[in-house]
Design a protein around this ligand. Structure first.
Ligand code: NAP
Length: 367
């Protein structure tokens, strides 16, 4: 049986740190970050019961990296690397053969390359399967909301990023038009040029999110911003938004003020077997992030290799993880929105409020 590990870290500093240290709930965020600075990486829990549809089994550990997204972006990169490498060393000492880098531990720096060079075990960012599930959620969400991708303007926010860029590449051949959004037009433009060679329709770039987002029917948002970048006034009625970012990109105000748009959390997966994560990260039983799931499926497959490393993710890597997911029994979890499960009836109500009477047939395009 193969052994794996996965690095987790506080994403919402006060909420997540309070899971381990309840006092954190009552302290200002900056104070909690100061306390985290003094902490060392540690084992958070043992992961048991993971069993593939093939019968293969694997076990692992969550290793906690005591840094928040803001800390990882602002502290010297060398300091952050040392913390993540220490997580990997702990995993190595425990007997893990592969380690996955959760959330910002793969965002900072070079997407795991330096971490892998400093460890004797395989490292994966999990971004290939994250792309696969983001696309699947966008297509399924669009179908449920009666949006035909072939007729839709699809926006990717954070389109120069590791996950965003490949999401755009996968959807460009299907969408009526693509909108690549980010902070830096000089980085967006060459990506648009490349996509135009495969795109079905027009490909535009912009750094003006508030101005351009109201043109989008489907949005995949996956930035490394620490605060929200999408607000209620930015969304077209009936829009489908897949928020893959952690911390999330869509303001919680959207949940309160816009009952005519579907916002779903991207990258949520149901893992096979009676998996017990030994730690409550706020999901129902057996539900995991896609990046965790990539690590788990590689362990189940016995594919002990640094599968997704660096900032580039190819469509071929995405496809391989889709195949591994099917083989081992990982599947897209039911939709969640702002940390709560969404029923089909609720989605239908959103669709009707947006003035669309019919959903699209489920047998339509799949990536
Ligand atoms: N749900 C999951 O399973 C899962 C798995 C892995 C990662 N994630 C999350 O996915 C997100 C992105 O990861 P990644 O590896 O793709 O990161 P990345 O390669 O660093 O890309 C981040 C992108 O965000 C853009 N960006 C940053 N701040 C922005 C802002 N204020 N406004 C607009 N665009 C902004 C960057 O643009 P420029 O730098 O070009 O300006 C870049 O395109 C993170 O939040 C991460 O935690 C989720």
């Amino acid at each position: 049986m193969h052994q794996f590990a996965f690095v987790i870290h506080p994403v919402d500093v006060k909420r997540d740190a309070a899971r381990k240290y309840p006092i954190a709930k009552y302290l200002p965020e900056r104070w909690v970050e100061q306390l985290l600075m003094r902490k060392e990486p540690m084992v958070v829990s043992r992961i048991t019961g993971l069993q593939s549809a093939t019968g293969a089994r694997a076990e692992g550990w969550f290793i906690g990296c005591p840094l928040s997204p803001r800390m990882m972006l602002n502290l010297p990169l060398e300091f952050v690397y040392q913390k993540i490498i220490r997580c990997g060393e702990i995993a190595q000492e425990l007997g893990a053969e592969i380690i996955g880098l959760g959330a910002f531990t793969s965002v900072v720096g070079d997407g795991g390359i330096t971490i892998a060079k400093n460890l004797d075990i395989a490292v994966t960012t999990g971004n290939s399967y994250t792309v696969a599930t983001a696309i699947e959620a966008a297509v399924l969400g669009a179908e449920k909301m009666g949006v035909d991708i072939a007729d839709a303007t699809v926006a990717v926010v954070g389109a120069t990023g590791s996950i965003g860029r490949t999401c755009a590449e996968a959807l460009a051949p299907q969408a009526k038009a693509m909108l690549l959004l980010g902070r830096d037009a000089t980085r967006l433009t060459p990506i648009a040029e490349q996509l135009r060679t495969v795109a079905r329709g027009e490909v535009r770039v912009s750094t003006e999110l508030a101005q351009e987002l109201p043109n989008a029917d489907v949005i995949i948002t996956v930035t490394s911003a620490v605060d929200a970048v999408i607000y209620p006034k930015d969304l077209k009625s009936g829009a489908v938004v897949v928020d893959v970012a952690r911390p999330r990109d869509v303001s919680v105000r959207v949940a309160r003020e816009r009952d005519d748009v579907l916002v779903i959390e991207g990258g949520l997966v149901e893992a096979p077997g009676e998996v017990d994560f030994g730690f409550d990260f706020g999901f129902p039983p057996r539900m995991a992030y896609a990046c965790m799931s990539e690590t788990m499926m590689l362990a189940l497959e016995g594919r002990i290799e640094s599968f997704t490393l660096g900032k580039e993710v190819s469509l071929q890597q995405v496809q391989i993880t889709q195949e591994l997911a099917r083989k081992h029994g990982f599947r897209l979890a039911g939709f969640r929105s702002f940390e709560r499960a969404l029923t089909d009836a609720e989605i239908e109500a959103i669709r009707l409020r947006a003035g669309r009477t019919t959903a699209i047939n489920y047998s339509k395009v799949r990536t």
